[in-house]
Design a protein around this ligand. Structure first.
Ligand code: PA5
Length: 465
């Protein structure tokens, strides 16, 4: 199992001002945590609770459909292009980048065992889009349009551009190259899929975008890229079983949720830094940032009181950001809790050759780069302790589908528990909807005229481009 080490948030290690007396805190929150975990598990099947994400690892039907489709199109496409934003893209991207060989899209077809290259287009920068569409052979590209609401402007605009290009190039046959992942009942993408005859996968009700990685949103791209999705779901199930334990002393998601919550409300650590010492996990940090920010950053609590809560998540990559952000983390404001994501065993052991006798570098010769990587992480951790900066470490035995399933599911449960501790709704996103609505208004969507008028007053000519 993946493990959590919270030694470096103990007051005994980093001092009373910044540290916590962990066992005391665990004891005083014992009953509340017990109740939160029991509630999560007993409410997960109830409609309207937005907890269906807790069942995704067990959804045999989706797993079967996804595998069947992936097998059907095996060898047919050189590229898979995912169109989606936020929760419809970040989880898929995070796990593809982590699990597939680094530089996957640069490998030859043989090196990829005939599986396709995979591209996640989660932005609408015209230069980026145009370049990507020009390099992809559309005849050999499978496009997966993913949007839960079925109407997000960015995704629908991406889709409209590529549909037009594909239709011009492929004629009627273009339909065989498009699949949709969306809500079963609502949204324009569902209507379009029916009309155009696209193969369609559904996101279950009560699964918000950022909790949807283990629905067809993520599982389909994983299966298309040849990732063993049953290993992923086994990891989820094993972690789910472990996290059903209502005793905080044995539940790492509850421990990490409580530590982050207390660091925020008691010790003023308003920033949560996610720092993988693994380049392959850099997008896991992005996925975490969305999960933590969008779930916990809320104006009102469940009783409608204005609370404006939420830690600001920040991504940092070891070792790269040791040479950019660590100066701030050590000596700047003591307002952060840092999470190290560490990998116990890399796929590769890379030796540094013993080729120089200069004393300044000869110590490196004959050692492995793996040892250097670990030494860098340990040194960063030690320097944070010197400066009394709280940090926890999550260690992953190896980057495999199984452990990645465990890890992401653990963060989802941690986020849900943190939401309960803050007494907010972790599964809505009114702040995101607000800006989506303004976009519709600015682009002239019917029904958004009032917002358009409001906006005219808010965005003055001086600040317009
Ligand atoms: O977590 C969320 O709900 C959001 O980040 C959405 O995933 C994002 O806004 C995209 O929405 P949709 O999938 O409806 O296009």
């Amino acid at each position: 199992m993946i493990e959590l080490n919270y030694h470096n948030v103990e007051a005994a290690v980093i001092g009373q001002n910044n540290g916590l007396n962990i066992q005391e805190e665990f004891n005083s929150y014992r009953d509340e945590i017990h109740r939160i975990i029991a509630d999560l598990n007993s409410n997960k099947d109830k409609p309207g609770q937005n907890l269906q994400w807790m069942n995704l690892g067990y959804n045999e039907e989706t797993i079967w459909y996804v595998k069947e489709f992936a097998a059907m199109v095996e060898n047919r496409f050189d590229n898979v292009l995912i169109l989606g934003v936020g929760g419809s893209a970040l989880g898929g991207k995070a796990l593809c980048e982590a699990i597939l060989s680094p530089y996957w899209n640069f490998l030859t077809k043989e090196q990829r065992n005939n599986y396709p290259r995979i591209f996640f287009l989660d932005n609408i920068d015209p230069d980026q889009m145009n370049s990507l569409f020009n390099i992809l052979d559309l005849k050999k590209t499978l496009v997966n349009v993913i949007t839960k609401s079925g109407s997000t402007a960015e995704v629908m605009a991406q889709y409209m551009i590529i549909k037009d290009r594909m239709e011009k190039e492929l004629g009627e046959d273009y339909r065989k190259n498009v699949i949709a992942t969306t809500d079963r009942n609502i949204g324009i993408l569902k209507q379009l899929s029916d009309q155009e005859g696209y193969k369609t996968f559904f996101i279950p009700d009560d699964v918000s975008g950022r909790f949807s990685v283990f629905s067809a949103v993520g599982l389909l791209p994983f299966a298309l890229a040849g990732i063993n999705i049953e290993e992923i779901t086994q990891g989820i199930k094993d972690m789910d079983l472990a996290l059903k334990n209502t005793d905080i002393n044995f539940n790492i998601a509850a421990q990490n949720a409580l530590i982050h919550f207390l660091m925020d409300v008691k010790k003023g650590k308003k920033i949560s830094v996610m720092m993988p010492y693994s380049n392959r996990m850099r997008y896991v940090a992005d996925w975490y940032c969305q999960l933590w920010a969008e779930s916990l950053g809320k104006e009102r609590d469940k009783n409608s009181n204005i609370v404006n809560v939420g830690q600001t998540p920040v991504k940092a990559i070891g070792v790269t950001d040791q040479h950019s952000q660590i100066q701030l983390y050590n000596e700047g404001p003591n307002d952060k809790i840092i999470t190290f994501l560490r990998v116990r065993e890399f796929d590769t052991e890379l030796e540094i050759p013993n080729i120089f006798e200069y004393t300044g570098i000869s110590y490196l010769g004959g050692k492995s780069i793996n040892k250097l990587f670990n030494a860098e992480a340990d040194s960063t951790m030690a320097s944070l302790i010197d400066y009394e900066r709280p940090n926890v470490t999550i260690s992953i035995p190896k980057i495999t589908p199984y452990y990645m399933g465990q890890l992401l599911y653990m963060f989802e449960v941690q986020t849900a528990i943190a939401g309960s501790l803050y007494n907010i709704d972790a599964f809505n996103q009114p702040g995101v909807e607000q800006s989506k609505n303004y976009t519709y208004a600015l682009m002239g969507r019917i029904g958004y005229e009032d917002s358009a008028n409001e906006l005219k007053e808010k965005i003055s000519d001086e600040v317009k481009l």
